[in-house]
Design a protein around this ligand. Structure first.
Ligand SMILES: *[C@@H]1O[C@H](CO)[C@@H](O)[C@H](O)[C@H]1NC(C)=O
Ligand SMILES: *[C@@H]1O[C@H](CO)[C@@H](O)[C@H](O)[C@H]1NC(C)=O
Ligand SMILES: *[C@@H]1O[C@H](CO)[C@@H](O)[C@H](O)[C@H]1NC(C)=O
Ligand SMILES: *[C@@H]1O[C@H](CO)[C@@H](O)[C@H](O)[C@H]1NC(C)=O
Length: 618
């Protein structure tokens, strides 16, 4: 496979001259407007060490993308024929000439191959250098930048250059222009430290035709538990295998620790059969596993309790990824303050056998992530999809506005230098290769008002959205939110799940918390149950979900509970409305596990479908 890739890459590059001319003039590679709220404080100390990540071009990415869409498209004969780790790496590998030219450039600055580390596909080179040297290599000046609201500091620049001959061999270098606002997606506004009310046992169940047995406990309208979600999403009575190789994962960042004692309390309360259940903790890039109850992470506890509770006894892994240490001016320690997604991606792409379903509840405002960086991280998610991993991300807690759950302090101002009012989608949910999960509340389910939704300003609308999303757009009154969003962008979210009033245990106490943070692990739990059912039927896992779920959404209205009430205000507007069919608040709707399981445990190939009265054989 590798030799094929090298051959293809050689074709793409022609017979370029290998030797790099010495002393080539620098040319600007990237310039950004610093996001609002960041101010330049002082020049960065020359001895401060930063870890530079150099992204080499992936000349065959389009080929990887073609494979990804073929193996993820239920109408394609290759559906489910996921690629191996080695096949993906061969398709992602840079051209050997790029590796050579970059190595020569590093060597010309006294950095030898032993000083470097490389990602599995060799598409990233990482190297620790003092600011003084980075400034010389990139013909730039680093400064300490301060974020007024949070007091956080970063060492960054707004523009950097590379020798002209390197431009075609380097996609990007970070940390340079990356000013991110990476955050967990728990809606702080909805965090209540009161013990949840004891439900009135006598209230009759709520009838719900799509729920398991047509009924949901009355208490579920005020307090969401594992039982509520299984009832609501028609998953009662299905127990996955713990031995068929199916696994589920949850990512953790920002010093969020998943507390095992809290997990046990949760199970005791909601899932007695899981009384002694546990989960693996995997450290990424030196991530800690602090089990002090005072350091239990609300986000991490919520995510593991619901994702792993819903899928018990599926083997479960929590990834604890070391985060972005803030820059402390007096400590000349290494500052690895890139987005931690890249660290996690390096790690998981190295794993020959990653979990088939992984949930993440952390994101940035899309506009604070440089396009080149967002593209590379998104390409990393595509690699996981091609290998058969389903990735869910919470869509955001600020409606159409930025990640700030408080509409009063939301900033919806473009970062393109024009300062115009603009809806602010979040990244990674805006990456077309992940499944973005919006939020609902109550029974019958309505859209929850903070549900992140809208349209990417970076990623174009993928083909799998080409039927349902234009249908939604065509129903908007002419001129609706003109100039505030990009109607041709990748639309968010894809699906939804309950996102408020979740009963979780944190630091030994029960809380009710909400946010699309709760929706992503819930949806991932349902996906993992589907993956378990498929694997037990001898079928490959679902992998990248979106082409399949949009196809199901268009063909079978019973597979998702369509949410048609509610909206997602933000940026001083009422946001979009939940409507019949796909909408930019709840996507296709919430899952009906029973129906989805019937669909996905069929072998799609050769299947006869009745589409609009016409019989179609796949
Ligand atoms: C659930 O609570 C919401 C909000 O209070 C209410 O509108 C709805 O009627 C309740 N559902 C049921 C079945 O009582
Ligand atoms: C949990 O472990 C305890 C002590 O080993 C044991 O008595 C109990 O039966 C276990 N419970 C379950 C549900 O496995
Ligand atoms: C945009 O806002 C920033 C920060 O407030 C300001 O420095 C800049 O001058 C503004 N640009 C325009 C074009 O108004
Ligand atoms: C949402 O629905 C309300 C009530 O029907 C309507 O007034 C409003 O214009 C709709 N908003 C959008 C963005 O379509």
């Amino acid at each position: 496979m590798r030799s094929l890739a090298v051959y293809l890459a050689a074709l793409a590059f022609g017979s370029a001259v290998l030797a790099a001319p010495k002393g080539c003039a620098h040319k600007v590679k990237e310039t950004v407007v610093p996001p609002r709220g960041w101010t330049k404080a002082a020049p960065a100390p020359a001895d401060h060490t930063i870890e530079l990540r150099i992204g080499l071009p992936q000349p065959n990415f389009a080929e990887l993308e073609r494979h990804l869409y073929e193996v993820s498209n239920p109408f394609h004969e290759r559906y489910g024929a996921h690629l191996t780790k080695e096949e993906v790496e061969a398709l992602i590998a840079p051209h050997p000439e790029s590796i050579q030219v970059v190595d020569e450039w590093l060597l010309s600055h006294g950095l030898s191959p032993e000083d470097l580390s490389r990602s599995p596909a060799q598409d990233w080179v990482k190297i620790e250098v003092p600011v003084r040297l980075a400034e010389k290599m990139l013909d730039t000046e680093y400064h300490v930048w301060v974020h007024e609201a949070s007091g956080e500091s970063l060492v960054r620049t707004t523009s950097y250059s590379l020798p002209e001959n390197l431009h075609e061999h380097v996609d990007l270098v970070q940390p340079t222009t990356l000013f991110s606002t990476f955050k967990k997606m728990r809606s702080t506004a909805r965090f209540s430290k009161t013990t949840p009310p004891v439900p009135v046992a006598s209230a009759p169940p709520i009838s719900d035709p799509t729920a398991s047995g047509g009924k949901v406990d009355a208490s579920c309208n005020e307090t969401i538990t594992i039982t509520c979600l299984k009832q609501l999403y028609n998953a009662v009575g299905f127990t996955p295998s713990s031995k068929n190789g199916n696994k589920i994962g949850v990512t953790g960042y920002l010093g969020q620790f998943a507390n095992l004692a809290d997990f046990e309390l949760f199970n005791e309360d909601q899932l007695p059969e899981a009384a002694n259940a546990t989960f693996n903790v995997v450290s990424v890039n030196g991530g800690q596993n602090d089990q002090d109850p005072d350091d239990a992470g609300d986000e991490a506890d919520l995510d593991v309790q619901f994702a792993f509770g819903l899928t018990f006894p599926t083997p479960a892994t929590f990834f604890t990824t070391a985060g972005s240490p803030p820059f402390i001016p007096d400590e000349l320690t290494t500052s690895n303050s890139n987005e931690p997604y890249t660290e996690w991606l390096d790690f998981i792409l190295e794993d020959p056998n990653p979990p088939q379903t992984i949930s993440t509840s952390y994101a940035d405002d899309e506009q604070t992530v440089p396009v080149s960086f967002a593209q590379r991280v998104c390409n990393g998610f595509a690699q996981l999809g091609a290998r058969g991993v389903s990735l869910t991300f919470s869509s955001g807690d600020g409606g159409v506005g930025d990640g700030d759950p408080d509409p009063a302090t939301q900033e919806c101002i473009s970062n393109d230098g024009r300062n115009v009012t603009r809806f602010i989608p979040l990244f990674p949910p805006s990456c077309p290769f992940v499944t973005a999960v919006g939020g609902t509340i109550h029974i019958p389910e309505t859209a929850v008002d903070f549900s992140g939704g809208g349209f990417s300003n970076v990623f174009a609308r993928p083909a799998y959205q080409d039927i349902l999303v234009p249908e939604f757009l065509s129903k908007l009154a002419p001129g609706t939110f003109e100039g505030l969003f990009n109607p041709n962008g990748r639309a968010i979210p894809d699906v939804a799940a309950q996102a408020d009033l979740f009963k979780v245990f944190i630091g030994g106490e029960a809380f009710l918390i909400g946010g699309t943070s709760a929706a992503s692990p819930t949806f991932a739990g349902i996906v993992s149950l589907l993956n378990g059912a498929r694997i037990s039927s001898g079928l490959p896992p679902l992998g990248f979900l979106n082409p399949l779920i949009y196809a199901i959404g268009a063909i079978d209205p019973s597979a998702f509970n369509d949410i048609t009430v509610g909206n997602n205000p933000g940026c001083g507007t009422q946001g979009f409305n939940a409507t019949k069919g796909w909408d930019a608040v709840t996507g296709l709707g919430t899952p009906n596990f029973g129906r989805l399981k019937e669909i996905v445990t069929l072998d799609f190939i050769g299947l006869e479908l009745n589409i609009g009265g016409t019989s179609v054989t796949l």
